[in-house]
Design a protein. Structure first.
Length: 147
């Protein structure tokens, strides 16, 4: 029976409440260790944000995986806590056709067009879409997520 390789959660548990030494992990586990992911998950705990932010310039690139693990192992309190995963912004907040039309009209990138849509009043978006021949029904559908 083969042992499953360690996951990010195993490493987090090993550095915090279980306090498992680096040497207890296999070579396969060592290769799977990711300082970036560890920093990301630890920074979701509000009380650790500042310290993780300060340490990440050392833990990503400068320190070896072993040293990064040992640093957090020694630094973090031996307690189990819950860190709620913080999702990134939803990319498809607005209709793709709306964003594309705004980008084409103002000759800007799509990410800039999303910012424009957020700042523009709904009636301005509607007027702009009317200029390009969209029907009232199409405009209503495209502006569905717009407040």
């Amino acid at each position: 029976m083969t042992k499953k390789p360690a996951t990010i959660f195993d490493f987090i548990d090993g550095m915090t409440h279980k306090k498992k030494a680096w040497s207890e992990y296999t070579d396969i586990d060592h290769k799977k260790f990711s300082p970036y992911l560890v920093n990301r998950w630890l920074s979701m705990r509000m009380e650790l944000i500042e310290i993780i932010n300060q340490l990440q310039k050392y833990t990503i690139g400068l320190l070896s995986h072993k040293d990064t693990y040992r640093l957090y192992h020694g630094l973090l309190p031996a307690q189990r806590t819950f860190a709620k995963y913080i999702k990134g912004k939803k990319e498809d907040k607005y209709d793709k056709q709306l964003v594309s039309q705004i980008a084409d009209h103002y000759l800007i990138s799509k990410s800039e067009a999303i910012e424009y849509v957020e700042l523009m009043p709904k009636d301005s978006c509607s007027s702009l879409l009317s200029l390009y021949g969209y029907t009232e029904k199409e405009i209503k559908t495209m502006l569905k997520g717009k407040k």
